[in-house]
Design a protein around this ligand. Structure first.
Ligand code: CA2
Length: 151
């Protein structure tokens, strides 16, 4: 079992500003946390962060036949990106959406998630733990496979 963890724009700024919303821990702390629980769960992982939509699309495409699932925090692209949605649908890998904050309790523009339409589950508001919950979900469920032929 090998998972790809994708993080979108500005998540590399974690811990630097807005600690009330995103916590005090840094992006390096997040990477360490992900590698730690993946080790505990006995799963392989790769972590990639980009501020560029196309780079995230490329990473999703490159995951095809290489990973068993994708855990994605698309950050602001959550609310705007049909390109990320299409890429996830194109590769058809089980995917889980993660948000550090509880987006359902935030601004109206954060209530839309395009990426969610290609994800089997969303974990929002659990901080770093959301990534572990998403990984465990993908590890234990087989129901997340998206059949693009039927979409
Ligand atoms: O709650 C989340 O994880 C988000 O995906 C974070 C995004 C936001 O646009 C989404 O609506 C929800 C923001 C990424 C991090 O932005 C920072 C901004 C300032 C300081 C640190 C991080």
């Amino acid at each position: 079992m090998k998972l790809l963890f994708l993080n979108g724009p500005n998540l590399n700024m974690l811990g630097i500003r807005e600690p009330d919303i995103y916590g005090k821990q840094t992006y390096a702390d997040l990477e360490e946390y992900i590698r730690g629980f993946c080790g505990d769960l006995g799963i392989g992982c790769e972590i990639f962060q980009s501020n560029h939509e196309g780079a995230l699309v490329d990473a999703i495409q490159a995951a095809y036949q290489k990973f068993d699932g994708i855990v994605i925090n698309p950050a602001a692209y959550t609310h705007t990106s049909v390109a990320l949605l299409d890429a996830l649908k194109a590769v058809g890998l089980p995917a889980a959406e993660v948000h550090l904050s509880d987006v359902s309790r935030r601004e109206d523009f954060r209530q839309i998630s395009y990426v969610r339409l290609a994800c089997c589950k969303t974990f929002a508001g659990f901080g770093f733990e959301g990534y572990r919950l998403a990984a465990e979900y993908l590890l234990t469920t087989k129901s997340g496979v998206i059949d693009t032929a039927k979409e």
